[in-house]
Design a protein. Structure first.
Length: 161
């Protein structure tokens, strides 16, 4: 058994001194160290897809999600959502809450992951857009305050130079 340098200088480690004083040094020296007997665990992870989905796969996923959303709307899921969170806390079953979570997840998927197809303008503009209507000009007088309430100008002092 190798002792660290600081133990070799002192002679015995503190625990060794306690074992010697208790008469257990020989018993401790004969006991083999305990090792954990656990078999090694081999993690089997599924293969990771490193490529992004093709546009056809994205379109297929979006179509399936949109169909499922339409089916859930036909079943009346929006009526459950309209009841509010207080009803969900007190009167909803776990199955209804799970359906609402699934509906919201599908909505997010369709809104954020699926490409949006914006409607294209059917008619071209026939000219420049009309100008906005300007507000009428405000008539201002030469003096902003009436003369009786106006503050008089300061009087200049004459210079001594």
């Amino acid at each position: 058994m190798r002792w660290p340098r600081f133990v070799m200088r002192v002679g015995l480690p503190v625990a060794g001194g306690l074992l010697i004083s208790a008469g257990l040094w020989e018993a401790a020296a004969q006991t083999p160290p305990v090792k954990a007997q656990t078999p090694p665990v081999k993690a089997q992870t599924p293969p990771v897809k490193t490529t992004s989905p093709s546009p056809e796969e994205i379109a297929e996923i979006c179509i399936k999600a949109a169909r499922e959303l339409d089916a859930m709307r036909a079943d009346g899921i929006e009526g459950l959502i309209a009841k509010g969170p207080e009803w969900a806390k007190t009167g909803a079953t776990k199955a209804e809450i799970a359906r609402i979570k699934r509906f919201m997840g599908l909505q997010e998927q369709v809104l954020f992951k699926c490409p949006m197809q914006l409607p294209r303008p059917t008619e071209e503009a026939s000219g420049p857009p009309p100008l906005p209507v300007r507000r009428p000009a405000i008539a201002r007088s030469r003096r902003a305050t009436p003369p009786d309430t106006a503050v008089p100008l300061p009087v200049r002092k004459k210079s001594m130079l």
